[in-house]
Design a protein around this ligand. Structure first.
Ligand SMILES: [Zn+2]
Ligand SMILES: [Zn+2]
Length: 306
């Protein structure tokens, strides 16, 4: 069995809890691969953690005693998502045995991941925090190369792999991989290929995430009229020299029965509600709406009329 097969066999449980907490199944699968390779009995004892955060922490020491958990066990990470006892305890995990139960392990792990994403509003920062706590997230925001930020990068690469497998194959063709959320997965990666026929396709998963959320809200079919562009095609299409279409960060879209300016308004509203964390640029043209995820200033949305 390959590692991704060992991981994907937990699909049903991943799907169940992912839907409950609103986290991408592919992201949970990626964390499972990184943390345990899909082994439900994995455990890793961290002596430094025991010394610094349990033996040196009277409250936790007392809680260990009260719950009948050894400080050694409380200083280890357990199961598929390699949860530590005190993390799982915050989500309702009361014994080490529950952490070795795949269903409960994914339940607490997904809940934790969901909470971190809500806090940091970024998958990468949440992953850095999953690995290295608040300091990990801060390191990621500061662009530092630390264990936590490298961890986030690794897991994001795995996430894109699971996502793309799901997007390319589609739910009907594989048992292991399903859409990211109920009603999601409206787009195939192939829809973003350069329209000139050269085969160039650099579409970023964040752009697909963004369009999926838009599609789910608009409720009408959305056509990608321009996704990735090769430099030659970009020139022909009248794109600027450094167009975000070149890097796979932009798509021009049309929604059935919705005028471009109206579509821009709908998308802007979603952004204002915090539902499109990755959206960075939004332009309404005569026949299409341009959407991109290439921020010039983090957290600011560029809007224009073409
Ligand atoms: Zn091309
Ligand atoms: Zn465009």
């Amino acid at each position: 069995m390959s590692t991704s097969e060992k991981v994907s066999r937990w699909w049903n449980l991943v799907d169940k809890w992912a839907v409950q907490v609103g986290v991408s199944q592919s992201l949970i699968l990626a964390v499972i691969q990184q943390e345990s390779g899909g082994n439900p009995n994995a455990s890793r004892y961290e002596p430094a953690y025991e010394k610094n955060y349990i033996l040196g922490n009277p409250e936790r020491l007392a809680l260990c005693k009260k719950l009948g958990i050894s400080t050694h066990d409380a200083a280890a990470s357990w199961g598929l998502m390699q949860l530590m006892f005190f993390t799982a305890y915050g989500y309702g995990g009361k014994t080490i045995k529950t952490l070795l139960d795949p269903d409960q392990n994914i339940r607490f792990g997904a809940a934790h991941l969901g909470a971190l994403i809500k806090t940091y509003r970024s998958k990468e920062a949440a992953l850095a925090a999953y690995n290295g706590g608040g300091k990990g997230a801060a390191d990621w925001k500061a662009g530092k190369g630390t264990d936590a930020t490298r961890y986030a990068k690794n897991v994001m690469a795995l996430y894109e792999k699971y996502r793309d497998a799901a997007l390319v194959k589609g739910p009907s063709e594989t048992k292991d991989l399903k859409p990211v959320n109920p009603g999601w997965n409206y787009f195939k990666v192939s829809e973003f290929v350069c329209k000139c026929g050269c085969g160039t396709n650099k579409v970023k998963s964040g752009l697909i995430d963004t369009l999926n959320i838009i599609r789910g809200t608009v409720g009408e079919a959305i056509t990608v009229t321009s996704g990735t562009r090769c430099p030659t095609h970009n020139k022909k299409a009248g794109g600027v020299a450094n167009s975000n279409h070149l890097s796979g960060d932009a798509a021009d879209i049309q929604a059935k029965g919705v005028a471009p300016a109206e579509l821009r308004g709908i998308i802007r509203n979603l952004w204002e509600q915090g539902k499109l964390p990755e959206l960075a640029g939004l332009g309404a043209y005569k026949t299409f709406t341009h959407v991109d995820i290439a921020p010039k200033v983090k957290g600011r949305l560029r809007t224009w009329n073409g």
